[in-house]
Design a protein around this ligand. Sequence first.
Ligand code: CU
Length: 452
Amino acid sequence: MAIAVVLVLLVIGSVIFHLISPWWFTDIASNWESVDFTIGLTFWVTGTVFIAVNLFMAYCVYRFRHKEGHKAVYEPENSKLEIGLSVATALGVVAMLAPGLFVWASFVTPPDDAAEFEVVGQQWQWSFRYPGRDGQLGTVDTRFISETNPFGINPEDPNGQDDVLVKDPEMYLPVGKPVKALLRSKDVLHNYTVPQFRVKMDMVPGMVTYLWFTPTETGSYDILCEELCGIGHHVMRGRVVVTEQAQFDSWLASQPTFAQMSSRAPASASSGQQQFAICASCHGQQGEGNPAMNAPRLNGLQPWYIERQLKYYQSGVRGAHPDDQYGRQMAPMASMLNSDDAIRNMAAYISQLPVTDSPDTISGNAGNGMSLYNANCAACHGADGSGSWATDAPHIAGMSDWYIANQLRNFKAEIRGAHADDDYGEQMVSFATAMKNEQQLNDVIAYLNSLQ
Ligand SMILES: [Cu+2]
């Protein structure tokens, strides 16, 4: 009897939970209502069966419970019942699967007028490529990938010259126009997902997969990587902004083409040097850092990382948080570099400075730090802590240890990395929590010190 009651309560509870649950679809913003329809249909079919089977079970438990003097009857065959159940099950399965086949057929058949764009996945960022005026994307090959050609575009292919490159996890699309996304991965499996569009597709290294949709609502939506295995897919966040055509056009025009990017003059370290005197007053002549000024060592940092930080300080992505005492001292200094080129030149100058030694100021259990580091950090910063352009992670081994410790505290407290446009620091907010306490933090720092 008690079991029958529990079963009935289970059914009632599940239905109520489903009805009041806050976890339901986001508002749809694309043409794929049919995806919602098929998922809804599956819910109805499985939900009906769930209720029917459990209530029937509760009924049987109650009706056929043990009674003194009653004997069970053995009835091995009942063809009427068997046929009925088979037909009902078959109908239910068909109802769940058949509509999906039609939806899938249209999902893999983009309309002819769908405009193409490309999504590139890498550990752990998104970037995007749009065809230029010729409407055609140039060919690509992993062999061509380098710091000056991050997309690996074939320099010999004329179609690639006017390709528009978005090396930033924010992409735009015009509202109401069908688009076809070509999906490519530089390294491992990824999965491009925009929940509001109801689209997702795996990205497989070595091949190009695709999906298509028509954005129907203007707005800004999260891009997620729904690949699960691997350390950082959950921190691969991007944004897709759907706007009117005119706004999309002007955004696209503001992005560099491949020809523009590859014809840029190389950064000039000697121009950078001219402006370094002011920086040296805090960071030291060799960029060796000065704890008395709370200014960290800069030599040893990669140019792309320095460039990004200087831009972040300028735009308030870094060094604007009210509790970021030291970042706020640095931010106005970055504003003295008054152009993109000035920033590039400065980064070039700093990154070629001779590497100095930073005195150790923090001690801890390096062995313990090693396990923490290898499990949580090495995948991005490298086993030797020297950082990697491919994962956008800077050199951290042997740098000013008091500064590194401070940054980890800042990430953890979301003083750094929580700004909406901080697409790189955001990853660290999640990983800084790997050190549960000050002791573990010191252990990791001790290990980083031992790596220099
Ligand atoms: Cu991923």
